[in-house]
Design a protein around this ligand. Structure first.
Ligand code: NAD
Length: 502
């Protein structure tokens, strides 16, 4: 069976109408073989405008539905996702090139955020605040915000949307999703699953959750519309540099989840066996195409010659292959452009004095597929390509002698997403987690930089954009806060002792 035939069958099983993914002219490929698997139609400007209008009307209804009732929709969505996990996970693997375990793991993440959001629907708490005025009460209330536009990247084609959607719907906001143009099929399938939950729920307004297939121009329709209260955009820092200022110029709200240049520090006291395994997964897993992929590693000079040769051996022996037909740990790059970006970064690293291990193309399947052996690059310094995110499996390794200097170097890049330290020394650990330690949104100890759980707030600082999604109190980004002061006395005392007697 070709991937196209299997994709057709999966989409039919998942309830996507054939007309939604054929004959539309926007070619969609599987990175596993590079073959075309569908051609859905991109949304036109008129369709985008109509979707925004529908969502705006849906907001007027949905905001008045009690939050625990909104949570019931997400509970049903979680049930539908459980029922469709195998098929949707397989489709994620076909469309994004992930291993079956990672494809299924991505759907599990959708289920997890649904569980979280159902509980959240009864916990949209505000504070009661002490007031200086007698006979007064002060509190804050959280209200639905408005239409949420979700723009997502190819590498987590469904999980990121679900993080946003489960929270936004519970918070009372309609959602319009513009998935990556590289992964439209998993988006259509996810929407079909949510549509089943909506049908069972029965009382949701039309236009509560919609998908718009297409490229940057369709995303721009959401970014530019004053009727989209919040734009949650996940992707490259390049994209965020365009989207962020446009949303800010119309005083919209943005959650930006952008590129990372994540690093680990291996201290002399580290459990080196554990560090090796954590670095290998963090740097090579998902073929280096996670926003949290480990891209830089600082190794203390006392353990460099023990750890790094072992890592180089792991890079030489890791299995690269078709993730659907083999148990390979490293699958394909998303496309030829990603492969070329990898090669030019390696070229630049050599020019900057780096020693490259691996990185070559591995011939698997037709030449429309791009598989590469992950590259470990020993660098004399943090220069040139080390300072930038290249979205491919390249790990730059550098030696350090002083932890303060290593932390300084760790923080001396534009991005600020994820970080980790490997140590069994309490002082080193606490320093790394302290105000003068890692400057990232995620700072880990004795685990790699990737593989976050939905319970924590996810996101990063600096050029990663500052947004937070998923767990903790990230829900506050999807609501507006009102501070309320209530006077139940017969007097009118003014705050700060101000007198205004008329
Ligand atoms: P990308 O920036 O090329 O595209 C991301 C999305 O933005 C796509 O849907 C695209 O169509 C849209 N887009 C691009 N330009 C736009 C514009 N001007 N206006 C509106 N929409 C626009 O990113 P990609 O190649 O799909 O994904 C890889 C990148 O995403 C990496 O940099 C990775 O680190 C980042 N990423 C970050 C996170 C995070 O949570 N921080 C998560 C996943 C991926």
């Amino acid at each position: 069976m070709t991937l196209k035939t299997e994709t057709d069958a999966l989409l039919a099983q998942l309830g996507v109408a054939r007309g939604a993914f054929t004959g539309g002219g926007m070619a969609s490929f599987s990175p596993i073989t590079g073959e075309a698997i569908a051609d859905p139609a991109p949304a036109t400007a008129d369709e985008a405008a109509a979707a925004i209008a529908r969502a705006k009307a849906a907001f007027r209804v949905w905001r008045m539905v009690p939050a625990p009732r909104r949570g019931e929709l997400i509970r049903l969505f979680g049930e539908e996702l459980r029922a469709a996990k195998a098929e949707l996970g397989r489709l994620v693997s076909i469309e994004a090139g992930k291993s079956p375990s990672e494809g299924a793991g991505e759907v599990q993440e959708m289920i997890d955020i649904c569980d979280f959001a159902v509980g959240l629907s009864r916990q949209l708490y505000g504070l009661t605040i002490a007031t200086e005025r007698p006979g007064h009460r002060m509190m804050e209330t959280w209200h639905p915000l408005g239409v949420v536009g979700v723009i997502s990247a190819f590498n987590f084609p469904v999980a990121v949307w679900s993080w946003n959607t489960a929270l936004a719907l519970v918070c009372g906001d309609p959602v319009i999703w513009k998935p990556s143009e590289k992964t439209p099929l998993t988006a259509l399938a996810s929407m079909a699953i949510l549509d089943r939950a909506l049908a069972r729920f029965g009382e949701a307004p039309e236009g509560l959750a919609q998908v718009l297939i297409g490229g940057a121009e369709v995303g721009a329709a959401l970014v530019d519309s004053p009727d989209v209260a919040l734009v949650s955009a996940t992707g490259s820092t390049r994209m965020g540099r365009i989207v962020g200022p446009k949303v800010a110029a119309r005083f919209g709200r943005a959650i930006l989840e952008l590129g990372g240049n994540n690093a680990g520090i291996v201290c002399p006291s580290a459990d080196l066996d554990m560090a090796l395994r954590a670095v290998a997964f963090g740097a090579m897993g998902t073929a280096g195409q996670r926003c949290t992929t480990m891209r830089r590693l600082f190794v203390h000079e006392d353990v460099y010659d023990t750890l790094v040769p072992g890592l180089i051996r792991a890079y030489g022996s890791v299995t690269v292959g078709n993730p659907l037909e083999t148990a390979a740990l490293v699958g394909p790059l998303i496309d030829g452009a990603a492969y070329r970006a990898m090669q030019s970064a390696l070229e630049a690293a050599r020019a900057a004095g780096g020693t490259v291990h691996g990185g070559e193309r591995v011939a698997i399947g037709p030449d429309t597929a791009f598989y590469a052996r992950p590259a470990l690059v020993e660098m004399p310094d943090q220069t040139g390509p080390v300072l930038e995110e290249t979205f491919a499996p390249i790990l730059y390794v550098m030696k350090y002698s002083d932890l303060d200097a290593a932390i300084e170097a760790h923080n001396a890049v534009g991005a600020g997403l994820s970080s980790s330290i490997f140590t069994t020394d309490l002082r080193e650990m606490e320093l790394f987690l302290s105000a003068r330690g890692s400057d990232c949104g995620i700072a880990n100890v004795n685990i790699g930089t990737s593989g976050a759980e939905i319970g924590g707030a996810f996101g990063g600082e600096k050029e990663t954009g500052g947004g937070r999604e998923s767990g903790s109190d990230a829900w506050k980004g999807y609501m507006r806060r009102a501070t309320n002061t209530i006077n139940y006395s017969r007097e009118l005392p003014l705050a700060q002792g101000v007198v205004f007697d008329i």
